[in-house]
Design a binder for this molecule. Structure first.
Ligand SMILES: [Zn+2]
Length: 304
């Protein structure tokens, strides 16, 4: 049986908010089975904000959540790390509204979770398994989920920039591929947009320490971590935003030129389209034999 998991112990880190520039302490604490991922603010209020699409708020350049007096911002990189490492239940405490940006990737959150350790709980994990396609398109921006035996992501981007005319990648997402290929990919921005962001009171904590900045012909940072770091980061964002459905997804996510607004609109649509998925307790369902005996497929025996 595939069991739910939580962090083994409380663990904390300190960083700054990308948009606010404020210092913030983030702590991850163990939580009971079926608790899900919930945010608490240690500076205000007692309300918890569950990480689900029902609590979406303020999707601009990052994904925010709110419930009653409590809001939290820029949750997507942390959520991507939690769901990809397989943490189902956790309390996320923040000392101010924004999740720290760290180095602009999810790698520091993966490190934090691994440092705490992850413990199985005695309750089966539930997955949202896609059985019919679900899709949204807005002009040339598209996103869809189609049935697949595994969670896979295909993402493509194209921008009016010499380094970013076209990047595309397909990856089956497991803890291993996420940690190796996706978590280290950093957020990016265009130099021409930085001034506009600052004038609007955004990206006040932004620097070359926590974002790739694209000048007219190249990047201002010393080096990229991957040649196609940009599209890998879009995959990271999409995983974090899709986590707001509240279950690990079994299906193939296909997105073209999407962003937080479309990712989160799509996550809400997925939950609404109840005919297009089922909740299951194992990634690969047992095969039903003609005489009614259920057996696991051979591959799961090898893997187990
Ligand atoms: Zn991002």
């Amino acid at each position: 049986m595939d069991l739910q998991r939580t962090v083994r112990r409380k663990i904390s880190c300190v960083g700054i908010g990308l948009h606010s520039g404020n210092k913030v302490t983030l702590s991850l604490k163990p939580a009971a089975p079926d608790f899900g991922i919930r945010f608490r603010r240690t500076d205000i209020g007692r309300s918890e904000v569950p990480a689900t699409v029902r609590h979406l708020a303020g999707i601009q350049l990052a994904t925010g959540l709110a419930f009653e007096e409590v809001s939290v911002d820029t949750v997507e990189h942390l959520l991507a790390a939690l769901v990809s490492v397989g943490v189902d239940n956790v309390i996320v405490e923040l000392s101010s509204p924004e999740v720290p940006i760290m180095d602009g990737s999810a790698a520091p959150f993966v490190y934090l979770i691994h440092e705490a350790g992850v413990a199985p709980q005695q309750v089966a994990r539930k997955y949202l398994k896609i059985i019919r396609p679900i899709a949204i398109s807005r002009g040339d921006k598209r996103i869809a989920l189609v049935p697949s035996d595994h969670f896979k992501v295909t993402y493509s981007v194209s921008y009016d920039h010499p380094l970013l005319r076209h990047q595309s990648r397909t990856l089956r997402i497991t803890e291993e591929t996420f940690v190796e290929d996706i978590a280290p990919a950093r957020t990016f921005t265009f130099l021409k947009d930085v001034e506009m962001l600052r004038q609007n009171g955004l990206a006040l904590g932004g620097s070359l320490e926590n974002a790739i900045v694209l000048g007219e012909t190249g990047v201002l940072n010393n080096a990229l971590r991957f040649e196609d770091e940009f599209v890998r980061h879009k995959i990271l964002d999409a995983i974090g935003d899709l986590a707001l459905v509240g279950y690990p997804v079994i299906g193939h996510l296909v997105a073209h030129r999407a962003g937080h607004a479309l990712h989160t609109e799509f996550a809400a649509k997925v939950l609404d389209e109840t005919e297009a998925w089922r909740i299951v307790e194992a990634p690969v369902e047992p095969v039903t034999m003609p005489f009614g005996v259920k057996v696991k497929p051979a591959t799961s025996g090898l893997a187990g």
